[in-house]
Design a protein around this ligand. Structure first.
Ligand code: FAD
Length: 424
């Protein structure tokens, strides 16, 4: 079932290969995900039947290179799949995308042996994977983590806790970040591939969530957990934070795609409802204020989608502005998701607030996209820092901006004066 705008909208720019992934994901979403979305949201249980369907459709390995058993697809392929799944259920969009998040550290930083051992299993959907960076006292400031890993012969001994591990419990593999060198500023953290069942590795509290309820989010505990030294990511200590940041650059277009999917899915429901609901003897879709809301929603969804595609392209081509593009897409698309889903609830009126209607779930699922994989405040910091760095390439504009002269003022001194002002 093709959405009408596919003929004219951004999808027209996609390659045949990417469109095939999109169509396949849309088929699974409409056949399997949409009918089960409300059930698993209510139960807050992992939908194994959906996971099997995703694996059977060959979607689970799209982002994994062919030499490791995957389909060798692009980040854009991943994004269009995530959008289609999220359109039907935000939780399933995450459930799928989190396996990319968990396996990107292996792809960007794993040894050949590690990649050969784990990636084919993930590609076939036989092993699910989770990403363990955050802790209770280290969220936005992930580098301030406390989980410790100490080398001991052929093992590393892990002790500590992780918070908010998406896919935890369902997953078989965990990319866990821990401090290996507390004295180092730049090489403090390392990543480990921890297999479920490793002695001392436990699933702790299972969270009760506002949205994305079908995918588990848990605490992880490591209590003298002995991880074989060969599971140190990349075989060298001290590169964990770098690999985490590289992972987030690759994964953020996927979170943005979750946002686009949620917004697009909510917009479609709002279109249908507005054209059905009669008040004052007319369809509410004939009222200009409703039309304006729908038009604004549609513009923002399309703009967000375009930014997702552009950021996926930046990641794929290793463009110099990848970090900025990924942050912009994540921030913009997930802000759009929150705004559009809230407006879709508004168009449904009182019914929009009710759990037996499908729309309130979109708003609940959308909220987390503004928070995880770096809050949207953090994304704005990343974007701004990159903009300031780019000033070095804009020196040709300097001469067009007049420099004011004032007796007794040396412009060179102003920076220091301002810095003193800030610290006092
Ligand atoms: C449902 C869910 C799933 C998650 N899944 C995972 C996962 O799979 N793996 C994982 O590792 N983590 C995961 N996380 C963690 C998530 O990435 C963090 O919640 C997020 O990075 C924010 O950290 P925090 O919650 O500690 O908030 P804080 O860092 O405490 O932030 C609180 C507020 O302060 C703002 N803030 C913080 N620092 C600044 C600053 N310098 N300037 C301006 N504002 C600032 C934030 O934007 C936010 O509004 C998940 C979280 C949730 C809720």
């Amino acid at each position: 079932m093709a959405a009408p705008r596919d003929e004219a909208g951004m999808s027209a720019y996609l390659s045949n290969e990417t469109r095939k992934w999109q169509e396949r994901a849309r088929e699974v979403a409409n056949r399997l995900v949409r009918p089960l979305a409300a059930k698993y949201d209510r139960l807050q249980e992992y939908p194994w039947e959906i996971k099997e369907g995703l694996a059977a459709a060959g979607l689970t390995g799209v982002w994994i290179p062919r030499e490791y058993g995957g389909a060798g697809g692009s980040i854009l392929d991943l994004c269009v799949i995530v959008e289609e799944l999220s359109k039907a259920c935000g939780g399933v969009g995450v459930l799928f995308a989190v396996n990319a998040l968990g396996s990107f550290p292996l792809i960007v930083g794993g040894t050949e042996e590690q990649k050969k051992r784990y990636l084919p299993l993930i590609a076939r959907g036989e092993k699910l994977v989770a990403f363990g960076l955050s802790e209770k006292y280290a969220g936005s400031d992930a580098g301030g983590m406390r989980m410790r890993a100490i080398e001991s012969g052929k093992h590393y001994i892990l002790n500590g806790e992780k918070k908010w591990n998406t896919n935890g419990g369902a997953a078989d593999l965990y990319t866990v970040f821990a401090v290996t060198d507390p004295t180092s500023r730049s090489r403090r953290i390392s990543a480990f591939i921890v297999e479920k069942g490793t002695p001392g590795f436990k699933i702790g509290k299972v969270e009760d969530k506002m949205g994305i309820r079908c995918v588990p989010v848990v605490e992880l505990e490591a209590d003298d957990c002995r991880v074989p030294a060969e599971n140190l990511l990349g075989g060298k200590a001290g590169f964990g934070f770098k690999h985490a940041m590289m992972t987030l650059d690759r994964a953020r277009p996927g979170v943005a795609a979750q946002g686009v999917g949620l917004a697009a899915g909510a917009l479609e429901f709002a279109q249908v409802y507005a054209n059905r609901r009669i008040q004052f003897g007319a369809k509410i879709s004939s009222f200009q204020m409703i039309q304006q809301m729908l038009a604004d929603m549609a513009m923002k969804v399309e703009a967000a989608r375009q930014l997702v595609y552009a950021s996926a392209w930046a990641v794929e081509t290793e463009a110099p502005d990848t970090t900025k593009m990924a942050a912009m897409a994540k921030c913009f698309a997930t802000d759009v998701a929150m705004e559009v889903t809230a407006n879709a609830v508004q168009i449904f009126g009182g019914y929009g607030f009710m759990r037996d209607y499908p729309i309130e779930k979109y708003m609940r699922d959308a909220k987390i996209t503004q928070i995880y994989e770096g809050t949207n405040q953090v994304q704005r910091m990343v974007i701004a820092r990159n903009l300031i760095k780019e000033v070095g390439q804009l020196t040709h504009l300097e001469s067009y901006i007049p420099v004011e002269t004032q007796r007794g003022v040396n412009p060179e001194d102003l920076v220091a004066a301002e810095a003193v002002g800030q610290s006092s």
